[in-house]
Design a protein around this ligand. Structure first.
Ligand code: 5GP
Length: 113
């Protein structure tokens, strides 16, 4: 179940990413194929594959990602944005590591790792 994904490798700095925010709980980086001027992915440091796998023990994680995205937007002065979870292959989820898509037409600077 705990299969290595591309996001595990980004988290361990095994492969590079353009990181915009990090703390003890979350890493946020630019999507490699952006669907908006700024397209970020917020991932928890605690691994869960998908919203489909959330249990009462991990139910705090989606809300935590939303709060981090909200705080990030406030700090960056971003007024409007879209947040999306793709759930399962039928829901368009390709990477089986929980992630919140953050899209806005406002520009954000990333730091290359
Ligand atoms: P999903 O469709 O699973 O919800 O979204 C996965 C996202 O991860 C896609 O938007 C895709 O462009 C992005 N992605 C896939 N591989 C990489 C990668 O190696 N680096 C980065 N930064 N994003 C990736």
């Amino acid at each position: 179940m705990n299969e290595m994904t591309i996001f595990h490798r980004i988290l361990s700095r095994e492969i590079p990413a353009s990181v915009v925010y990090e703390d003890d709980e979350v890493l946020a980086f630019k999507d490699i194929h952006p669907k908006a001027a700024t397209h970020l992915l917020f991932i928890p440091k605690q691994f869960v594959a998908s919203i489909a796998d959330i249990t009462s023990e991990t139910a705090h994680l989606p809300g935590m990602l939303i709060l981090k995205a909200q705080k990030f937007a406030l700090e960056q002065g971003i007024a409007g944005y879209k947040l999306t979870f793709h759930v399962g292959k039928g829901g368009g989820q390709e990477v089986m590591y929980l992630h919140l898509h953050f899209l806005t037409e406002e520009k954000v600077e990333g730091k290359e790792y």
